[in-house]
Ligand binder design. Sequence first.
Ligand SMILES: *Cc1c(COP(=O)(O)O)cnc(C)c1O
Length: 416
Amino acid sequence: MPKSMIYSNEGTFFIENMPVKKLADDYGTPAYIYSRKIIDDTFTNFKKSFIKIDPLICFAVKANSNIAILNLLAKLGAGFDIVSGGELKRVISAKGDPKKLVFSGIGKSVEEIGLAISHNILAFNVESEGELHRIQSVAKSLNKKAAISIRVNPNVDAKTHPYISTGLKDNKFGVDENKAIELYLLAKSLDSVEIKGIDCHIGSQITEINPFIDSAKKLVALIDHLKTLDINIQHFDIGGGLGINYKEETPPSFLDYADAIDKVIGDRKLKIIVEPGRSLIGKAGVLLTSLEYIKEGHTKNFAIVDAAMNDLMRPSLYDAYHEIININNNQFAKKEYDIVGPVCETGDFFGKNRSLSIKNEDLLAVLDTGAYGMSMSSNYNSRPRAIEILVDNEKAHVIRERETFEHLISGESILP
Ligand SMILES: *Cc1c(COP(=O)(O)O)cnc(C)c1O
């Protein structure tokens, strides 16, 4: 895996065969840039590493929901993990196969459930008893059978940021093992649901292997127990959550992850589903931003750029680290800066105390922003969203136009 999708050749920075500077000149900033080659290579590498298990790889749409990217992944054979009706419609627009969809999330509405059933999705990952009853009633009204898995919360510590930890007993996701057994017995008695699988997802940006092993062990024990109750689980959805290297993390490789899961599964005849988001797309995107002002103070220097927390929320939300590089090769002495955006919030920063050699109008790249970048963006401070561009060799394709003021107020009106 390359350290970054931007590389330098004789002092010029490139993404694939496209000079980064040219992208900024042609399309302006802020801009999200993705590399088709990194997307292809990462997916292919994932698939190869899991060859023994041959899982269905359901890309977590919330990590990056641009339909061009979903379409690339669909063409590589991916299914999708969705968490809303909007994401379902995105997958359809991207020509993804609804039969390779799993639907996660704790608050599925009647409309969303109906939409998913009418598209014959692979499975609902059911997160509560109330949801199971709702799926039964919607399926019955449509004269269909809905395929379900129960999402089990295995109570393991994913050792990640508390906001992205989902597998502890105090988290809002899934049900505990005893409740899961109860729900499977209930599901068995419902005539419009069909038990297909079991599911878990313990968190995101997980950089150790043990939480994955611990949770998989708990789930297979539960699968074995369910068998004694005459409940046959056909697929085991192990969730997503594998971390990437943003700074100094050393997450398990795809191969180590696959081997660990393979060992836990043993010779059980289970179809494996995996729901990676970040690990497939995080390294395939960067956010380009231009330096507007340098503001030097007694105790702090600020580099004010034209992108902001509304474009990339991870630093504000999780205190997340992203590497920031200067695309202009300045040779003068480095200084320490906080890299901040124009939004009126102290939390609007991309990096703190970064040592950089920068001047006004330089072009900066915030690295590893392919996952949970654009998909978490907002219009806060009435800022139009950034343009998205997919680089393919020496070509650039606009996959989402830069928003305009008209986008911002569309649907709003003043009283007559
Ligand atoms: C967010 C999420 C994922 C993807 O997580 P990553 O850390 O991006 O791999 C997978 N499954 C579910 C249920 C999720 O909520």
